[in-house]
Design a protein around this ligand. Structure first.
Ligand code: SIN
Ligand code: FE2
Length: 216
């Protein structure tokens, strides 16, 4: 990567604080969207998006896939990280370099240096799909932040407290925005309201979220 590209990644258009250690980096992914989408296509050819079920047997409305050493999965046996894609029984696709570089840059812009994610969850939301309030707590350690990249249709992200019933902030997320939360905010409940119908020039009628974590 050349010097200018590196600088692009370190200068988000606008930063919004949603917690003591939680930031929205507006447009941070925009300079890298082409590479991200090419890498994403490659990942999804190997491990396609699929419907997963909660341990309670409910179908999730977003379709999911993963890449990296560990992939997050859910089925009747529970939520967990697995080194193998249950569809193929083979390892998940390798984490693309473009994901690693952008995640490290975003984490570091948000005050978390040395972020090396080993797990990347891909959520694809068609209009109407949502993600109920939850905590990310299947990771072995909570010292690393969560880096969450939004692409395609906009979403209303809910960012709450440490109890499911705590009030939530509603934050609009747009194509290219990255949310980073860690430290004292790492275990906050969060979710995504049902995606409104619409058309995005690059991604069509969907929102893609790429979440990077240090899970193992
Ligand atoms: C998640 O928490 O797994 C997804 C968040 C999002 O889609 O923005
Ligand atoms: Fe999450």
């Amino acid at each position: 990567m050349d010097l200018f590209a590196e600088q692009d990644l370190q200068q988000p258009a606008r930063v919004e604080r949603i917690g003591e250690q939680a930031l929205v980096l507006r447009g941070f992914a925009l300079p890298r969207v082409k590479e991200l989408l090419a890498a994403l296509d490659c990942v999804l050819l190997q491990s396609p998006l699929r419907q997963m079920h909660t341990p309670g047997g409910l179908a999730m409305s977003a379709r999911l896939s993963s890449c990296g050493d560990l992939g997050w999965t859910t089925d009747r046996h529970g939520y967990r990280y697995s080194p193998l894609d249950p569809l193929s029984s083979r390892p998940w696709p390798a984490m693309p370099e473009a994901f690693l570089v952008l995640a490290e840059a975003a984490a570091s812009a948000a005050g978390f240096s040395g972020f090396v994610p080993d797990a990347c969850l891909i959520n694809a939301y068609a209009p109407g799909a949502k993600m109920s309030l939850h905590q990310d707590k299947n990771e072995r350690s909570c010292t690393a932040p969560i880096v969450s990249i939004s692409l395609g249709l906009p979403a209303i992200f809910q960012f709450g407290g440490f109890e499911r019933s705590d009030p939530t902030q509603r934050v609009s997320l747009f194509h290219g925005d990255i949310v980073v939360w860690g430290g004292v905010d790492r275990l906050r409940f969060h979710g995504v309201m049902p995606i409104k119908p619409g058309h995005h020039s690059l991604l069509g009628e969907q929102r893609i979220n790429i979440t990077l974590r240090q899970a193992g």
